[in-house]
Write a protein that binds this ligand. Structure first.
Ligand code: PRT
Ligand code: ZN
Length: 180
C-alpha cells in the first residue's frame, strides 16, 4: 500500500485528485475523511493542510506527497522532489506600497516585512547582506502595509491582482514555485 499525502482543501486539492483520476485511479473524495482509499489500486490518501505535507513525507508517515515547492523550502523538510506537476504555479515576491520609489534591494534595509514565509525570506536577505525586520503573520499578509503592521510584504503572487488591489507593487521575485 502506497500512502500519498494531498491537500485536503485549497488550491492544490482539485488538481492533485485530477492527476490521480487521469492516471485511472479512482478515489472516493465525496466523504472526505482524514484517510481515503483508491479503488482498484493499492493507494491510500492522507488529506492534510499543505503546511504539514513535507513533514509527513520526511518522517515516513506518508510515502509521497503533492505540495507546493514553497512549502518544502519553508519547512526545510528532508524530502526529494521527484517531479514538477505543472499546476499551482506561483512566485514568492517582495512588494512595497506603489507610491514608493524603488531603486534596489537596499530599500529593505531596516524596513519591516510581513510574511508567512519567514525562513525563505531570511535566507534570501541574508545572502544579499540585507538586514530587515521580518514579521511573521499567518494570513492576509497583503493588508499589512495599509494596516500599519509592516512597511512591505513578502508573499505568494500569481496574477498580481491581489497586490494591485491592495495598492502594492512587486519589486523583487525571490522564489519560483509550482506543485511538485
Ligand atoms: O489550508 P491549507 O494550509 O492547506 O492551505 P493554504 O491556505 O495554506 O494554501 P492555498 O490553498 O491557498 O495554496 C496552496 C498552494 O498553492 C500554495 O502553497 C502555493 O504553492 C500554491 N499557489 C499557487 C498559491 C497561489 N498560486 C496563490 N495565488 N497560493 C496562494 N495564492 C494566494 C496568495 O497568497 C495571495 O493571497 O493568492 C493571492 C495572490 O494571487 P494573485 O493571482 O492575486 O496574484
Ligand atoms: Zn497552508
Amino acid at each position: 500500500m502506497i500512502r500519498l499525502a494531498v491537500q485536503s482543501k485549497g488550491r492544490l486539492n482539485e488538481e492533485s485528485l485530477k492527476l490521480l483520476k487521469d492516471a485511472g485511479i479512482e478515489v472516493d473524495d465525496t466523504k472526505r475523511k482524514f484517510i481515503g482509499k483508491a479503488s482498484g489500486f493499492p493507494l491510500e490518501l492522507l488529506y492534510l493542510r499543505d503546511d504539514d505535507i513535507p513533514g509527513v513525507v520526511a518522517d515516513g508517515s506518508a510515502d509521497i506527497g503533492i505540495v507546493g515547492l514553497n512549502e518544502i523550502a519553508e519547512t526545510g523538510a528532508d524530502v526529494e522532489v521527484i517531479r514538477k506537476l505543472g499546476f499551482g504555479k506561483c512566485r514568492l515576491s517582495l512588494a512595497i506600497p506603489k507610491s514608493m520609489e524603488y531603486h534596489g534591494l537596499e530599500w529593505f534595509e531596516g524596513k519591516s516585512i510581513a510574511t508567512s514565509y519567514p525562513s525563505i525570506l531570511h535566507c534570501f536577505l541574508y545572502s544579499k547582506g540585507i538586514s530587515s525586520d521580518i514579521r511573521e503573520i499567518r494570513g492576509s499578509v497583503e493588508i499589512a502595509p495599509a494596516a500599519g503592521i509592516a512597511d512591505s510584504i513578502f508573499d505568494i503572487v500569481s496574477s498580481g491582482g491581489t497586490l494591485v488591489s491592495n495598492g502594492l507593487k512587486e519589486v523583487e521575485t525571490v522564489f519560483e514555485s509550482s506543485g511538485v
